[in-house]
Design a protein around this ligand. Structure first.
Ligand SMILES: Cc1cc2nc3c(=O)[nH]c(=O)nc-3n(C[C@H](O)[C@H](O)[C@H](O)COP(=O)(O)OP(=O)(O)OC[C@H]3O[C@@H](n4cnc5c(N)ncnc54)[C@H](O)[C@@H]3O)c2cc1C
Length: 222
């Protein structure tokens, strides 16, 4: 079943990431970390479904998405850049494999942060983030989604890794086995991964090198 909802607000979070807040469909139910098929209710775009993750919480009276846009694809995310308050989205089926299992290390690349944003917001609300850490990989500081929010939520347990920029207080390079090992701890049993396929492949290799068993890896490819 799908529902048509109006956009309440649409704004840039970073140079290429949009934050869209829309009406919540009446019958919608989802859990933090899940995604939904979205299309634009505009002639020619209604059937172009793309997956986006709720960054709102299930009990909120609205839904929110943080969406990285790709003007070069000339696809749905580029069209989203033309939308304004009052324009409509079509919200379809809810799905997604990432859910919270227990304290661990969240490893995200770029827009792959969105399921973790929802999960961590939910944990923050119930004051149960515990010792979990977030390793967030981006090209530059300007690409980091919700940097201030994560700092507030996680303090020193928020670690940024920048591949194309060297800055004090930020790790430099790609996520490596060494970086993961440095932040590992016996009480952080789970490894949550979400990002583009090349990053996922690389991180899974690192986790295998570090001897992390498959049952402790929770993943979703973007
Ligand atoms: C479960 C799940 C949840 C997700 N949640 C989020 C989220 O919360 N936020 C978010 O930002 N993203 C999320 N994504 C990723 C998101 O779905 C894609 O970024 C989005 O579908 C891209 O749509 P698009 O139409 O702009 O481009 P695409 O569908 O990638 O491309 C449209 C067309 O552009 C062309 N094209 C494709 N790749 C390229 C390229 N590299 N260069 C040039 N042209 C190209 C092709 O002809 C293609 O048909 C999620 C993905 C999954 C699987």
């Amino acid at each position: 079943m799908s529902s048509i909802v109006k956009i309440k607000t649409i704004e840039h979070l970073t140079h290429d990431v949009l934050k869209i807040v829309a009406e919540k469909p009446k019958e919608l139910s989802y859990s933090p970390g899940q995604a939904v098929d979205v299309s634009i209710n505009k002639s020619g775009w209604e059937k172009e479904l793309r997956a986006f993750t709720f960054t709102s919480l299930p009990e909120d009276d609205h839904i929110e998405f943080n969406i990285k846009t790709y003007p070069s694809h000339n696809g749905v995310t580029n069209q989203l850049l033309t939308l304004k308050t009052g324009d409509e989205l079509i919200i379809g089926d809810v799905f997604g494999d990432i859910s919270y299992k227990g304290e661990g290390i969240f490893i995200a690349g770029g827009a792959g942060i969105t399921p973790f944003l929802a999960i961590l917001r939910n944990l923050e609300k119930s004051k149960s983030i515990g010792h979990s850490k977030l390793l967030f990989a981006n090209k530059t500081k300007a690409d980091i989604i919700q940097e201030e929010g994560f700092k507030k939520m996680l303090g020193n347990n928020f670690v940024n890794i920048l591949s194309d920029e060297q800055l004090e207080g930020y790790e430099h390079g790609f996520i490596s086995a060494e970086v993961i090992k440095k932040h590992s701890a016996p009480n952080l049993k789970y490894y949550y991964l979400c990002g583009p396929p090349p990053m996922m492949t690389a991180v899974e290799k690192h986790l295998a090198t570090l001897g992390v068993a498959n049952e402790f890896i929770v993943r979703e490819a973007f």
